[in-house]
Design a protein around this ligand. Structure first.
Ligand SMILES: NC(=O)c1ccc[n+]([C@@H]2O[C@H](COP(=O)([O-])OP(=O)(O)OC[C@H]3O[C@@H](n4cnc5c(N)ncnc54)[C@H](O)[C@@H]3O)[C@@H](O)[C@H]2O)c1
Length: 374
């Protein structure tokens, strides 16, 4: 198998997720390329101990410029706080490396546009992280929608819900402050996840009306004091999208304060002749609404483990977060090799910019309490 040498910038939560996926790459059947993790950069050197379990890593550094100067590194996976996206991504591109960039692809719309422009002017292959569409359920929803079974589309709902912030004693981190997470707050954290499938299906919002909520304004700072928590906790973005000449309601929900939810990603698309829904709350279950004569009902199907890229895992099993994350990485490397074929691809820089246009309009909509036209 051809090898591609990879460096990670930002070895925290997501850096380790990526490293773990590379480490079990052999789970993929007949995959054309093998990523080999050779370099890690993080300011927090205590993370290096964990990464020392990976024998292929030969470079540990606290300077990402040193990692980028390593001629062996071909692809960078960057998972750093949002305030660093623009500079780090631009430097990766300038160094001539390929990049899988974590969302939201810049702290705001201006940053996302600058990164996208730099990608366009470069030869770097760049994609933005968004893994949930790679689960079997979303893949089935996408396939059914593309088959045209829905009739006229009545409504679209794409949502991502978390509950952990309900605990007001949870210490602050960079994701809860505008200076590091961005003014878009929860939309920066969860928004690309709800935007990817609708945008890929061509559902670009024409208008936006947003309701944004800040529920917890202060949190423990982890040092015995308190710190200002100034990001949006929850956002509901009501969009209208033109589908076959009809203005159709589409809702994007991103909630950090959603009681009982851990990492619940939802897609629901309802039409006049059929409808589909999927939620990670029931990770293997695909719901399809059907009409027969005067009867209408929801049909529930267990999909099992039917992945985009075939694996050794039996089709009777259930998929989870590490699986879809690995499938997304596989899509990145397959597309980079020109071998994606008609399989679902990672979010593009253009899709990331489009998502930012919606989040930016959502900020304006909330501020002025009006509908914003894109
Ligand atoms: N795809 C997903 O499902 C998903 C989930 C969570 C987070 N994310 C995204 O991943 C990115 C990182 O989030 P995280 O949860 O891993 O955060 P994290 O805080 O766990 O990790 C970020 C790491 O970056 C390091 N870092 C900070 N400044 C640095 C610098 N100058 N050079 C090198 N390293 C530096 C920090 O020390 C930390 O270890 C964000 O863009 C976030 O939105 C994606």
């Amino acid at each position: 198998m051809k090898q591609v040498k990879v460096g990670i910038i930002g070895g925290g939560l997501m850096g380790r997720e990526a490293a773990s996926a590379f480490a079990r790459w052999f789970v993929l059947n007949d995959f054309p390329v093998q990523p080999v993790l050779i370099a890690l950069c993080d300011l927090n050197t205590s993370l290096f101990e964990w990464y020392k379990q990976i024998p292929t890593i030969t470079q540990f550094t606290t300077s990402y410029h040193e990692l980028l100067a390593n001629p062996e590194v071909e692809v960078v996976y960057a998972a750093v706080p949002h305030n660093l996206h623009e500079q780090v991504y631009l430097d990766v591109i300038k160094a001539g490396k390929d990049l899988l960039a974590e969302k939201p692809f810049g702290i705001d719309l201006i940053a996302a546009r600058r990164i996208e422009e730099a990608v366009r002017k470069s030869n770097s292959f760049v994609r933005c992280s968004s893994e949930f569409p790679f689960l079997p359920g979303p893949q089935r929803v996408i396939k059914e929608i593309q088959s045209g079974k829905l009739g006229k589309i009545i409504s679209i709902r794409s949502a991502f819900h978390h509950a952990s912030d309900l605990d007001e004693t949870k210490p602050i981190n960079w994701k809860r402050q505008v200076k590091t997470c961005g003014e878009i707050g929860v939309m920066g954290d969860l928004g690309m996840h709800v935007a990817h499938v609708p945008l890929r299906l061509g559902w670009k919002p024409k208008t936006v009306y947003a309701q944004l909520q800040k529920l917890v304004k202060e949190r423990p700072d982890g040092k015995g004091g308190t710190a200002i928590c100034d990001t949006w906790d929850n956002a509901i973005i009501h969009c209208s999208v033109e589908i076959d000449g009809i203005l159709t309601p589409m809702t994007w929900e991103t909630f950090r304060m959603a009681p009982t939810e851990t990492n619940t990603w939802i897609i629901e698309v309802i039409g006049t002749k059929g409808g589909f829904k999927y939620s990670t709350k029931e990770p293997k279950t695909f719901w399809e609404y059907e009409i027969s004569g005067k009867d209408q009902w929801w049909k529930k199907t267990d999909l099992g483990f039917t992945s985009v890229f075939p694996t050794i895992t039996g089709a009777i099993f259930e998929p989870g977060f590490p699986d879809c994350f690995m499938q997304m990485l596989a899509a990145y490397f397959a597309e980079r090799e020109g071998k994606l074929g008609n399989k679902f691809g990672c979010a593009t820089p253009q899709e990331a910019v489009l998502s930012h246009e919606v989040f930016d309009a959502a900020l304006l909509s909330h501020k002025e309490q009006r509908v914003v036209t894109l």
